[in-house]
Design a protein around this ligand. Structure first.
Ligand code: PLP
Length: 402
């Protein structure tokens, strides 16, 4: 008998992001200069105050022992204060669980909520991890996609039609990775209205890109009066504070679910790294000016506008101008199934593999996000990289027949 991992791992889709990442690293190791538009890394580094607090925490010598599983009490209180003050979400420290990134917060919620056979509606395109985590639970994902004309936002009637007695949750990100869609207050209210007659359905709202948005106003669905105790808000420090490597995220959940997630996390990983938690607390104590939210937003906005201008100029790259996050998500079906000029490509996996090996530009195929005709372009890179990538793609695409 060959030695094999468990079925649950064998059936777990390998992250498309990871596959391209590995190929990109291999090519870089061979000395190729790759324009990497595949990564989801924010620009910049954590504010220096946050870095200093982490250094001080080590020197203080008080943070060598296991932390509480659910997170330090002062950090959970500060998170609850932030969510009440900025997001108008009614919550207390008891609703907060601090995890190793928003990713673990999502894993905790899905594993604590879903039984095999349950259904969860996932707004599509989605962040790839959602589908993989749901697979681990044995629940059935119901992928709901609106019209590309509306940047894929499903209409309330579509949600209505997707709900069944087995539906336990609805999951989406806003701002959305990969489309950049930011759900308006009106959309969220319409969605909440659809859910009113279905009290067994929770909403899991992933707000990790909260600070990276280019539209006025931001509504958290957890703030709507008719959604009290029915929303899990997931957020973290990775994107807002450029702290991806520090691995701190959190959820605000109804208490029964926060307790369940703490129980699970206690068996899986325990509490989050002590020093990173002190740094996260320091991040929440900064004022908007100190974090330079406005400056960061302006920087991403300039980068977005450049990316839009460059990539709209490529024939056959069809996309909405994103309102948040730092990705473009063009439909490139124009380049598929063409029989002359280049090897025929039937899907964007082949298209991205071709661009990586021939143009040395790394993009993520859309199937990873549930939309196979698109590719994801990250503009969380320098302007020079964006321009160079665009030049290389333009040259490679010129080989296609028009
Ligand atoms: N949610 C979305 C939509 C993301 O794009 C990402 C990372 O790319 C995460 C969650 C993970 O965040 P964290 O680094 O806090 O685990």
């Amino acid at each position: 008998m060959p030695l094999l991992p468990a079925n649950r791992i064998q059936s777990l889709p390998q992250s498309g992001t990871l596959a391209i990442y590995q190929q990109t690293q291999q090519l870089k190791a061979q000395g190729y200069k790759i324009c990497d538009l595949g990564i989801g890394e924010p620009v910049g580094t954590p504010p220096t105050h946050i870095q200093q607090v982490a250094k001080n925490a080590i020197d203080a010598g008080n943070y060598f022992k296991y932390p509480p599983i659910e997170g330090y009490a002062d950090l959970r209180t500060a998170i609850a204060n932030k969510l009440r003050r900025d997001n108008h979400i009614p919550c207390e420290a008891e609703n907060i669980v601090v995890s190793a990134g928003a990713k673990q917060a999502l894993a905790n919620v899905l594993l604590s909520l879903l039984n095999p056979g349950d259904e969860i509606v996932i707004y599509t395109p989605y962040w790839a991890t959602y589908a993989s985590l749901v697979k681990l639970t044995g629940a059935k994902p119901v992928f709901l996609k609106g019209s590309p004309k509306h940047n894929f936002e499903p209409a309330p009637e579509q949600l209505q039609a997707a709900l069944t007695p087995r539906t336990r949750a609805l999951l989406f990100s806003s701002p959305c990775n990969p489309t950049g869609l930011v759900f308006s207050k009106t959309s969220l209210e319409a969605l909440a209205d659809v859910l009113q007659p279905h009290p067994q359905v929770l909403v899991i709202a992933d707000e990790i890109y909260e600070y990276i948005r280019f539209v006025d106003g931001y509504t958290s669905i957890g703030s709507l009066p008719n959604m009290v105790d029915r929303v899990v808000t997931v957020n973290g420090f990775s994107k807002s504070f450029s702290m991806t490597g520090w691995r701190v995220g959190y959820m605000a959940a109804p208490q029964w679910l926060a307790k369940a997630c703490t129980r699970l996390q206690g068996q899986l990983t325990g509490g989050v790294n002590t020093i990173a938690q002190r740094a996260a607390l320091a991040a929440l104590e900064l004022t908007e000016d100190e974090i330079s939210i406005g400056r960061i937003r302006d920087l991403y906005l300039t980068r977005r506008d450049l990316a839009v201008q460059l990539f709209k100029a490529l024939p056959g790259f069809d996309f909405h101008v994103p309102s948040g996050a730092f990705y473009l998500f063009p439909d490139v079906r124009y380049y598929l199934d063409k029989a002359v000029g280049v090897p025929t490509m039937h899907d964007t996996n082949a298209f991205c593999a071709y661009m990586l090996t021939n143009a040395h530009v790394s993009l993520i195929p859309g199937a990873t996000f549930g939309e196979p005709h698109c590719v994801r372009i990250s503009y969380g890179v320098s302007e020079a990289t964006l321009r160079e990538a665009n030049d290389r793609l333009q040259r490679a695409l010129a080989r296609w027949p028009t």
